[in-house]
Design a protein around this ligand. Structure first.
Ligand code: ZN
Length: 228
């Protein structure tokens, strides 16, 4: 089974289109989304519509739950909170319901999806080092788990040979923070057990223009072109 996994779309419709087209070219059997569909960018409704139309299994990110009113924005950076407020104003009741209904964890028995970590997933902790990764890997029941949240691709491994477990951060579609502004996604072959990180370009200026028109914070607009 070949999976195409992506995360942290953050309402960036152009970047999502680029990633969906690339995964279609890659002929993946199953697409998966590790959360944060909305927040930051100008196209929250279009991004939700794409995931629904294609029936892509998706887990809840902290921004998704914040927009749905299930998580307080007091923990958010002021600019992120402003984007959450703006996003609420442009979504329909059914869009917000879609976000509210997203599960924290999804699995098909081969792979598992969670936005941040299997440990206390409802509080969205960041996995930034091996110790935090180990706490999630300990709870891992499938050979591979895919996460997002930090917007930086990473792989953590535990155990050896057939018993090896991997925890993969697939990076971000709509707001990469690893210095490469191109949209990120990941290919996983569950038979061969291979992980491939992919990047695709998209028209960043077009998205920035629409963010300015929407009155979204300048800091969020500028960071798209530097990818951090
Ligand atoms: Zn995010």
């Amino acid at each position: 089974m070949r999976y195409g996994i992506f995360s942290d779309v953050h309402s960036n419709g152009e970047a999502l289109e680029a990633v969906l087209s690339a995964m279609t070219r890659d002929a993946v059997d199953q697409m998966l989304c590790a959360g944060d569909v909305v927040g930051y960018g100008p196209d929250p409704a279009a991004c939700i519509d794409q995931l629904q139309k294609r029936k892509i299994p998706t887990v809840a990110g902290n921004h998704d739950w914040a927009v749905a009113g299930k998580l307080a924005v007091e923990w958010f950076h002021p600019q992120a909170a402003a984007a959450v407020e703006w996003t609420r104003t442009v979504l329909s009741v059914s869009h917000r319901q879609f976000l509210a209904d997203l599960p924290l964890i999804w699995s098909d028995g081969r792979v598992t999806l969670v936005h941040s970590s299997l440990e206390e997933s409802e509080t969205f902790p960041y996995i930034l080092d091996a110790a935090a990764a180990a706490r999630s890997l300990r709870l891992q029941k499938t050979p591979a788990v895919f996460i997002g949240h930090t917007h930086r691709p990473a792989v953590y491994r535990q155990g050896q040979a057939a018993a090896e477990k991997i925890l993969v951060n697939v990076g971000s579609v709509g707001q990469p923070r690893d210095g490469d502004p191109q949209a990120a996604y990941c290919l996983y072959d569950s038979q061969k057990r291979t992980v491939e990180f992919q990047r695709v370009p998209y028209p960043i200026e077009k998205v920035q223009k629409r963010m300015r028109q929407a009155g979204l914070p300048e800091f969020l607009i500028r960071r798209l072109e530097i990818g951090c």
